[in-house]
Design a protein around this ligand. Structure first.
Ligand SMILES: [Zn+2]
Length: 331
């Protein structure tokens, strides 16, 4: 199976010394695994948290002691069920360097405004070769994950700064059979997993703003953060829980802002249940309302997708399979 990708914004897969000298398979695999787990959990299947303690192969246990994520993407003592080769035809894509939000709308002083340094990512075309190593592995899984990323999110790392928007070229794909396949796997090994990325707790928005280029991304990101300075009595811990901390990576943002492509940018995020022990009286729904309000104050929401929500512009969908299918099909 070969999949040809075209980058729409630079792709970042990590590398030595904070450079992205080429496309690294590990960076792509990490991103694919993250989405695979989110989909599996969204359909009720069990996927462990591989960043903390992943599964360990044990033939004496049910499913060899492996969750669905580890079965496909590998774990200690268990090989990944496919091999990924990259025919990398990309070249360095020049970054704008250090950029700050213009702050026009919120009139904060320049010294109070954060700035981001954009390093060169990779741009151009690349071909992914997927080689199954196990009869039960269907390479269509990878196509489906890439299709979801193509439509709603970003591939690789630094997606919170808008890297990783891709276009997939000519590959036949059936959303229905992809969703059925994942649903069957999830059904065979089902479990509630709380506190880990889950499609049913995500939102995906397409937004138009009057800003251009990277400024659109940074301004909207800044605006949403600013909204949480006034909302919920300026609860700083809540703001960091949702928007991340600016300096360092102590708390990763749960909301992502793409760069603008054809006048439209994406905002998506994973908003789990708000931990009531940390934030008593604040609900997940209230947080989503605030995020949407912040976006709408400065941009036009062209579409908003969210599981089991009246906010979904395609209509409330409370069936997990139908929701995923419509994410893969919506225009
Ligand atoms: Zn696992």
């Amino acid at each position: 199976m070969q999949i040809t990708l075209q980058t729409l914004t630079p792709l970042w897969t990590g590398g030595i010394d904070q450079t992205c000298d080429r496309l690294h398979e590990t960076g792509l695999l990490g991103s694919l695994r993250w989405w695979y787990e989110a989909l599996v959990r969204g359909l009720g299947g069990y996927a462990c948290n591989p960043t903390e303690q992943s599964c360990i192969y044990d033939p004496a246990k049910p499913n060899n002691g492996l969750c669905l994520g580890c079965q496909t993407f590998g774990a200690t003592g268990w090989a990944r069920r496919f091999r990924l080769f990259v025919s990398d035809k990309t070249s360095p894509q020049s970054p704008p360097g250090t950029v700050s939000p213009t702050g026009n709308r919120l009139k904060r002083n320049k010294q109070d405004r954060p700035s981001w340094y954009f390093r060169p990512g990779r741009g151009g075309e690349t071909v992914l070769h997927i080689l199954p190593l196990h009869q039960e592995f269907d390479p269509m899984i990878i196509v489906g994950l890439l299709k979801l990323i193509e439509r709603h999110a970003g591939l690789g790392a630094k997606t919170q700064l808008g890297y990783g928007q891709i276009k997939i070229q000519n590959v036949s794909f059936s959303p229905n059979s992809f969703v059925e396949h994942i649903a069957n796997l999830a059904h065979a090994q089902s479990e509630k997993n709380k506190g880990l990325p889950n499609l049913q707790e995500m939102f995906f928005a397409q937004v138009q703003t009057s800003d251009r280029g990277i400024t659109a991304t940074l301004n909207l990101r800044y605006d949403v953060r600013a909204k949480f300075r006034t909302a919920f009595s300026n609860n700083r811990a809540l703001r960091h829980w949702i928007c991340g901390t600016v300096s360092g990576d102590r708390e990763a943002s749960k909301v992502f802002f793409s760069q603008m492509v054809d006048g439209v940018m994406r905002v998506w995020g994973w908003i789990p249940d708000v931990p009531s022990e940390n934030f008593p009286g604040i609900s997940r729904d209230q947080v989503l309302v605030k995020i949407k309000e912040a976006i709408e104050a400065y941009g036009e929401v062209v579409s908003w997708r969210e599981f089991n929500s009246e906010r979904d512009t395609f209509g409330k969908e409370s069936d997990g399979k139908a929701f995923l299918c419509s994410l893969l099909e919506d225009k």
